[in-house]
Design a protein around this ligand. Structure first.
Ligand SMILES: [Zn+2]
Length: 133
C-alpha cells in the first residue's frame, strides 16, 4: 500500500485509519511523510533514566524534527502503536486523534473542549425537550 518493498497486508491501524477517515491517506500525504522521514537525520539515544530522546543534527534541525514526526506518523498509521486513530465525534471539529484509552472508545479529541461542548448541547436539548412536553 505505501511503498515498494513493504508488506501489502494492511495492519489493524491502517484499517482503523480507513474506518476513521473513510479513505486511505492520499498518495501526496504518504509521499510527504516518506520524504520527511528520509530527510531527517535525528538519532534515537537512550538516557541514563532509560528514556528515549532524539538527538538532532545541528545544520538541519527542522528537517530532523520533521523526520521524527514523520517516523511517529508512520508508526501510528502502520499500526506499530497500541491505540487507534479516530475522528472527533463533534460535527464541528472532526479532528483526528490517537485514542490510547484502554477501551479504545474515546469520542472526542479533547474532553475539556469538544467533550464538554457536546455534553452541554445534549443537556440543553434534553431540557428544551422536557419543557416542550
Ligand atoms: Zn474535537
Amino acid at each position: 500500500m505505501i511503498a515498494a518493498g513493504t508488506s501489502t497486508r494492511r495492519s489493524g491501524s491502517s484499517e482503523l485509519w480507513l474506518s476513521a477517515t473513510g479513505d486511505s491517506p492520499p498518495a501526496s500525504a504518504i509521499r510527504i511523510i516518506n520524504d520527511c522521514s528520509a530527510a531527517g537525520r535525528a538519532a534515537a539515544a537512550l538516557t541514563p533514566d532509560l528514556e528515549r530522546v532524539w538527538r538532532l543534527s545541528s545544520p538541519s534541525r527542522v528537517e530532523d524534527a520533521l523526520g521524527v514526526i514523520a517516523a511517529d506518523a508512520i508508526d501510528v498509521i502502520a499500526g506499530e502503536r497500541d491505540g487507534r486513530l479516530a475522528l472527533c465525534a463533534s460535527p464541528t471539529c472532526r479532528a483526528a486523534f490517537f485514542d490510547t484509552s484502554q477501551s479504545h472508545s474515546r469520542k472526542w479529541c479533547d474532553m475539556g473542549t469538544c467533550g464538554n461542548r457536546q455534553k452541554k448541547a445534549r443537556f440543553n436539548a434534553k431540557q428544551h425537550g422536557s419543557r416542550a412536553t
